[in-house]
Design a protein around this ligand. Structure first.
Ligand SMILES: *Cc1c(COP(=O)(O)O)cnc(C)c1O
Length: 401
């Protein structure tokens, strides 16, 4: 059976160009970039060029890019550093949202245990943060704001430039987890007033286990780990040269094809959304219809469990997700869907389909044909669905604001 991969928000396939660049680097660049001989210096030069490529694509300088082991490390690093430096100035208040990735939420929860206070802003029923709510939350003792660029479950894109401007005006550091956005939508940290930004290579067809943190010059960044002088003395350890080369190749490829890919993927996405919403009764699209990542589709189907839906799709060769890959395995409904105001019973029946430019219209047609059949089969077996139909159970599909 040919598998259809529509879980690109969890991770993406490496592109051929990326694999090629990495293979070449693994063969050639084994010299340690800290070594003074020619082999070492050649590796150092390639890392320098890769950093430069990435910086250009994000709109910053190359000495503002720090490589990390991925998005999670970049989030942890930025947030802990901002918290500790805020504390030194007597600022122990942090602003974030209810629907961040766990890399952010769990770091914030750890800080709360250490005595920091966090305001978690609500999102509206479309999954968008209101700039006015951020403004209201800012206090004299606010150390920093961390708000994601685009949500990993429902794909909604946040008003980052406006939030950035607000933070700048108030002298508050602004970090954004842009892991879902980098390589998929056009980003310029300078124009968008972003002080710190996390990215992860495997979300844009690069290798896993590497990503980075942009930290604007002038923002104090504490050491991630102590040792050698790598990453401007902030994150010690010999550079992972092939992964760094792969990241630059992937970002370059993603950004140069960005407009074309986004148009292609958006068209596939919209066709699938329209088809499912019209063919499956009591189905709901989560998150704003327009203001979302090109590849993201998030549905809720009343009366069924997301997990059973996933297993049935998998039997047909369709690899999707019930939400975040990181929370699958737990039966709690997603914190993102609850943040939208959805009741538990609806949040349970969620499905995330995340497309990439590798998907074809035939694949989308196949999903459009199979998904409604699976939903009705599961509903036939669902005691909840029976009650919903005879009106014994009233479910409010819309957000309770
Ligand atoms: C995937 C993801 C992360 C984690 O990135 P890793 O590189 O897998 O650690 C963090 N934030 C968001 C929004 C993500 O989608």
């Amino acid at each position: 059976m040919k598998l259809i991969y529509v879980d690109n928000a969890a991770t993406t396939a490496m592109s051929g160009a990326v694999i090629g660049a990495m293979e070449k680097s693994m063969r050639e660049d084994y010299g340690n970039p800290s070594s003074l001989h020619s082999m070492g210096q050649r590796s150092a030069e390639r890392v320098r060029a890769a950093r430069e490529t990435i910086a250009k694509r994000l709109g910053c300088r190359s000495n503002e890019i720090y490589f990390t082991s991925g998005g999670t490390e970049a989030d942890n690093w930025a947030i802990r550093s901002c918290a500790k430096n805020g504390e030194k100035r007597g600022k122990r208040h942090i602003i974030s949202t209810k629907f961040e990735h766990h890399a952010v939420l769990h770091t914030l929860q750890a800080l709360e245990k250490e005595g920091f206070e966090v305001t978690y802003i609500d999102v509206n029923e479309n999954g968008i943060v209101k700039v006015g709510d951020v403004e209201k939350a800012i206090r004299g003792d606010t150390a920093f704001v961390t708000i994601m660029y685009a949500n990993n479950e429902i794909g909604t894109i946040q008003p980052i430039a406006e939030i950035g401007r607000l933070c700048r005006e108030n002298g508050v550091v602004f970090h954004t987890d842009a892991v879902q956005a980098v390589g998929h939508i056009d980003i310029n940290v300078e124009k968008e007033n972003i002080d710190m930004l996390s990215f992860s290579s495997h979300k844009f067809h690069g290798p896993k286990g590497i990503g980075g943190l942009y930290c604007r010059k002038g923002i104090i960044l504490n050491n991630m780990i102590f040792g050698g002088a790598q990453e401007r003395n902030k994150r010690a350890g010999t550079e992972n040269v092939p992964q760094i080369i792969g990241t630059a190749a992937a970002l370059d490829e993603a950004c140069s094809g960005l407009e074309k890919n986004a148009a292609y993927v958006t068209a596939l996405r919209d066709r699938l959304i329209d088809s499912i919403l019209s063919s499956v009764p009591r189905s709901r699209l989560n998150g704003d219809r327009e203001n979302r990542l090109p590849g993201n589709i998030s549905f809720c189907f009343e009366g069924i469990e997301g997990e059973s839906l996933l297993l049935m799709l998998d039997l047909k060769g369709i690899c999707a997700s019930s939400g975040s890959a990181c929370t699958s395995g737990s039966l709690d409904p997603s914190h993102v869907l609850l943040a939208l105001g959805l009741p538990h019973e609806i949040a349970h029946g969620s499905l995330r389909i995340s497309l990439s430019e590798n998907n074809t219209s035939q694949e989308v047609d196949f999903i459009a044909e199979i998904l409604p059949q699976i939903v009705s089969k599961l509903r036939e077996m669902s005691p909840v669905w029976e009650k919903i139909q005879i009106g014994e159970k009233e479910v409010n599909t819309y957000a309770i604001q």
